[in-house]
Design a protein around this ligand. Sequence first.
Ligand SMILES: [Zn+2]
Ligand SMILES: [Zn+2]
Ligand SMILES: [Zn+2]
Length: 339
Amino acid sequence: MAELRKDYILEKFVVLPPDSYKVKNDTKQCPYCPGNENMTLPSVLSLVVKEGMLQRLSDNEENIIENWDVRVFPNSNPVVTSVNENIYRDKPLYSEPAYGYHYIVVATPDHQENLPKLSIEKWSNVLLVLQNYLSHLYTKKSVTYVSIFVNSGFQSGSDIEHAHFHLMTFSTIPPIIESEAEASNRYLNENGNCPACNIISTETGGPRQILDTESYIAISPWASTYPYEFWIYPKRHTTSFSKISQKEFRDLGLILRSTLGGMDRVLQKPSFNLIFHLSPEKKNSRQIHWHIEVYPQIHNWSGLERGFGVYVNHVSPEKSAEVLGSAARKEFGDVIGIK
Ligand SMILES: [Zn+2]
Ligand SMILES: [Zn+2]
Ligand SMILES: [Zn+2]
C-alpha cells in the first residue's frame, strides 16, 4: 500500500510508494516500444488512427492491440495505489493511504521521436487522449484531483526515454494547485478580474514573451524559478481543460512543438518537467486559468533552494525569452513551412 505522511507541524506531505516501486527493468529493451506491449500492464486505451478516423480500443486477455498511435496503461511502478486499506494515524505521526490511480500515456510508437520533435498531428491526438482520460478519472471514487505531467530525461526523475505522460490522481488537491487557486481567488475578490488574464495582458508584446499563436501565448515568467522556465497560457479566459476543441488542440500542439523544439535546440536536449496546472474539476472547487509550466533541468539546486526555499536563477527571464523566443520562432517557421 502507498502511504501519505504529513510533516510533524507543517502542511507538507510525502508519499511513500508501495514496494513494487523498487522494481527495475534490467533488460535493455524499451517497455514502451511497439512489440514490447507485454512488458507493461494491458492497455486501458489504445488509440489507433486509421485514415483520419480515431478508434478507441483496449487490450484484453486474448488480444493485445498493435499499431497503436497513443497507448494508456496502468503504471507498473505506481506512486499511489487503489488498494483500499483503511490505515490512518493521527498527529504528530499523521498518515493516510495514498489512494489513487497512476497511468502512463505513451505519446508515439516511435522511440526516437521525443516530445520536442512530436508532430502537430501527434500532439493533437495525445492531448485528446489526455483530455478524455482525465474526465474519465474524475468519475472514479476518491478522486479529488487528476494531475498530468511529463518527466523527460534523467535529471527530470525519469528512467524511460520513450516519450510519455503521467496521469495520476490524488484524494486531496496538491499543495501548489491549492495555493495557486487560493491566490487567484483572493486576487479575483480584491481586483474583480483573473490574475492570469492580467499577466497575459502585461506580458503580451513585452520582453518576456517567447511566442504566440492564435489561441496561446508562451512567456518566461517574471520570477522564474528555473533558468529558461516557460509557461503557456490560453489567451482567452478559460478554467476548464475538458472543454478545449480539436482545433484548439492543434494550436496548442503548435505552440508546444515550437517552444519545446526551440528549447531542445538551444539547450542541447535538456531534461525537463512539463506540468499541467489545471483547475480541480470537482464541484465548488476554486478555479484557475489553466496553463502549462515547463522547467528545463540544467543545473542542480543548492542549499538555498533546498534549505531555505530561496531560488537563485542565473538566467534572467528577459534573457531566457530572447534566447528561447528566437529558437521557438525558427521552429514555428519550420513547422508551418515558412523559411
Ligand atoms: Zn521505446
Ligand atoms: Zn483568466
Ligand atoms: Zn501554475
